[in-house]
Ligand binder design. Sequence first.
Ligand code: ZN
Length: 154
Amino acid sequence: MKLDSMYQEVILDHYKHPHGRGLRDGDAEVHHVNPTCGDEITLRVKLDGSKIVDVSYEGQGCSISQASASVLNDLVVGRELEDALKVQEVFLELMQSKGKVEPDDAMEEVLEDAVAFAGVSKYPARVKCALLSWMAWKDATSQALANGTARETA
Ligand code: ZN
């Protein structure tokens, strides 16, 4: 199917040219692993009130896990936390659809390049790869919020 190969190219492109990769200043840092595939990610979140100033990361693993971190960076940096969480919910819904959800225009508008992972949802083992960075981001965000306004520099 043509759409699938187009999606694959989007994923490969993010894998080869990751957006926002590298660790920078953050309010919280987490390290998540996906043992079934061997993917790893270290991720930092920088917040300014309810705004996401930066999501920086280093990782290794399969193209899906690493491309997903790049797409995450695109989708959440510069956004209000509330809006970013809505994007995350839509992505989660797509990834848990077992290939049954065909992304429509509305979904594509919200998810942008993340719709490229639609085909991945058919493969439960790969879903974990795609969600690794998003789970790490949620974890880091809640830790950053728990740290509150302390604003300690790590
Ligand atoms: Zn993987």
